[in-house]
Design a binder for this molecule. Sequence first.
Ligand code: PMP
Length: 405
Amino acid sequence: PADAVPQAPEDPLFGLMAAYRADDFDKKVDLGIGAYRDDNAKPWVLPVVKKADEILRSDPALNHEYLPIAGLATFTAAAAKLILGADSPALTEKRTSSTQTISGTGALHLGALFLSKFFPGHPTVYFSNPTWANHHQIFSNVSMPIASYPYFSKSTKGLDFEGMKQAIADAPERSIIVLHACAHNPTGVDPTQSQWKELAVLLREKSHFPFFDCAYQGFASGDLAKDAWAVRYFVEQGFEMCIAQSFAKNFGLYGERAGCFHFVTGPGADAQSTIGRIASQLTILQRSEISNPPAYGARIAGLVMNDEALFKEWEQNLKTMAGRIIDMRKSLRSKLEEMGTPGTWNHITDQIGMFSFTGLTEKQVLKLREVSHVYMTKNGRISMAGLNTHNIDYFAKAVDKVVRE
Ligand code: PMP
C-alpha cells in the first residue's frame, strides 16, 4: 500500500541550489552548478546554437512529428563520427549501432538496461571512486551489481593510478568498467595517454568490458579530437564497448536532452550481423522506455555537426568556453600561490574540465558557506564555470582565510 513508501533523501545538489537561491548576500558565489556560466555568471546560449535555432525556426516545413525510434539519423550518424572519428574502423566496418537518447543520462540508462538483459550472469559494474553520483543509481536501478575502483589520491590530488590498476586487475573476468572519456566528474583528473594505454592492456587481459561515459567532449580542452582520444584508442585496440554521449555541455543544450548511445562490436567476420542483432534489441528497449527521443536538441546539434561552416563556428564556441575555464584555473592557482595560502595548488591547473577537486575538507566547505556565502558540494568540488573575473578575488581570499583557520 502507498502509505508504506519511505521518504527518499533529498538530492544533495538540489538542496545546495535551493540554499544558494535563498541567500540574499550580494557577493554570494555559486560553485555547485554543473553548467557553463559566462563571465557575468549567466547561462550562455552558444552563438552557433542561436544561429541553428533561427535556421530551423524559419523553415516552413518544420513540424512536431515523432522521430523514428532510434532517433534522428542525421544526428546519430554525426554523433558517432564526432566521438569515434570519421575514419574509425568501427564506422568503416559498420560495426557501430547508434541510438538517440535522453541526453547522457538516458544513454547510460539504455546501455545499463541492455547489459542487464543480455550480459549473462549480471557482471559487476565498476565505477571510479568517486564518480558522478548518478552512475550508482542508474546501474542499480536495473539490478546490476556495482563496485568501485580507487581513482583519486587525496595526497597528490591527482590519479591513484596504482590503486586503479590493482582493482581492475583484481576484478572478476568480464567485469564492466565505467570510464570517464575525459574531464572526470567530480575530480577533473584524467589518466595520461600512456596510462590509458596501460589500462587498455589490463582490460584486455581480464576480458573486461569498457563503458565510456563522454559528457565533456570539446568542452574539456576545446579540442574535440583530443577529448575523444581515449575512446578512439580503445576502438583502435579492437575493444567491444558502450559509449554514452551527452551534448548537454558541449552544445549548452542541457534541457533539450540531446544524447546518443553507441554500441561498438569488436572486429571480425560476423561483426555486422552481431551489431544488427544488437540494434534490433536496442530498438525494442527504447520503444518500451520512451518510444522515441525528443527532436529539437538533436535537430540543432545535427544541423551544426553536418554543416562545415557551422561546425567551424561551434569549434570556436567550444574554445571560448574551455578557454575561459582554463583561464579561471590559472588565475585561481596564481592568486592562492601569491597569497602563500598553505598547501599546494598545482592541482587546480593540472585538473581539467568543468570541475575541480580542491582538497578542501567538509568542515572548510561548510565554513565557506556560512562565513563567505560560497556554495560548493561537501566533497570540496567546485564548478570552475561558477568563477569569473568579478568573483575570483573574493573566492580566493575566502579560501585563503578558511585554510589558515
Ligand atoms: N555523465 C557525467 C560524468 C556527467 O557529469 C553528466 C552531467 N552532469 C552526465 C553523464 C549526463 O548528463 P546529461 O544527462 O545532462 O547529458
